[in-house]
Design a protein around this ligand. Structure first.
Ligand SMILES: NC(=O)c1ccc[n+]([C@@H]2O[C@H](COP(=O)([O-])OP(=O)(O)OC[C@H]3O[C@@H](n4cnc5c(N)ncnc54)[C@H](OP(=O)(O)O)[C@@H]3O)[C@@H](O)[C@H]2O)c1
Length: 260
């Protein structure tokens, strides 16, 4: 077990069975927190995550819930509180996207894409906070971390709608941090390109971005999970975003990189 002792605490991680979400789930579990691993389609990954968490000696629950469905989300939080004892941490990590590129293809950005990206990435995160908040208040404190993206700041990414949805979630992070203070803290982690396969990015993109990145590699899912865990447990912070992208957004391309 790590230095931070979260025994008796409960974390809900949406999309918690794969990639960045799995890394966050394991970070909580390593510190003794019980983890509710939310998923919408990949039951196999959720079962594997629950087994892995169980091997760390803490309780875990796989819960199938589409975060874009308010009724399902309320049911999920109720079930977590009942079966795991409460809700202390929420990581809004579930995300959806569809590549619509180049961004100049405005006709390709159909209503279907807009509606789904908004339903999952923005409304889904809001639904989860709304349903978790009463349970957190019952415990006297709570902490939420939203997973946004550098797309929110740079207008880059798999589609223009995706970038806009992550910008909305960035603003929502601040609005919720104000609205839920002082009992519940709300922060965000904005990953750059992380090699999970999300968004259809593949090794050729990973290599090109690594070369541009000041640290000359991409941050890993584990490093992103560690930043999520830090914000979730760092008592003095609310309304903040930490960018996990190896310095690319803040510093610009590495010296010597093409286009520098
Ligand atoms: N990887 C990157 O380069 C990158 C960069 C910036 C931001 N992000 C953000 O990081 C987060 C995690 O992505 P990742 O890279 O770890 O990719 P990932 O492994 O594909 O994770 C996405 C997760 O979201 C879940 N999900 C999707 N729709 C859902 C829904 N309606 N309800 C519940 N869960 C749903 C998926 O579960 P199911 O498969 O079961 O549906 C999956 O576990 C996303 O919010 C993404 O936007 C990623």
């Amino acid at each position: 077990m790590s230095d931070t002792d979260l025994r008796g605490k409960v974390a809900v991680v949406t999309g918690g069975a794969t990639g960045i979400g799995l890394a966050a789930s394991l970070a909580f579990a390593r510190c003794g927190a019980a983890v509710a691993v939310n998923y919408s389609r990949n039951a196999e990954a959720a079962d594997a995550a629950v087994k892995e968490i169980g091997r760390l000696g803490v309780a875990a629950l796989a819960i199938r819930t589409d975060v874009s469905n308010d009724g399902e989300v309320r049911g999920m939080m109720g079930r977590v509180a009942k079966e795991l004892g409460g809700v202390d941490f929420l990581v809004n990590n579930a995300g959806w996207t569809k590549r619509v590129q180049p961004h100049s293809d405005l006709e390709g950005l159909t209503d279907d894409v807009w509606d789904r990206v908004w339903a999952v990435n923005v409304k889904g995160a809001f639904y989860c906070v709304r349903a978790a908040a009463p349970h957190m208040r019952q415990r006297g404190a709570g902490s939420v971390v939203n997973v946004t993206s550098v797309a929110a700041f740079a207008g880059v990414g798999s589609s223009m709608a995706y970038a806009a949805s992550k910008a909305a979630l960035t603003t929502l992070t601040k609005s919720l941090a104000r609205a839920l203070a002082p009992t519940i803290r709300v922060n965000a982690v904005a990953p750059g390109l992380i090699p999970t396969g999300f968004g259809g990015w593949i090794d050729v993109h990973w290599k090109a971005t690594s070369a541009q990145t000041p640290i000359q590699r991409l941050p890993t899912a584990d490093e992103t999970g560690a930043a999520i865990f830090y914000l979730a447990t760092a008592g003095g912070l609310t309304g903040q975003t930490i960018v996990v992208d190896g310095g690319l957004l803040t510093l610009g391309p590495a010296e010597g990189a093409a286009g520098h």
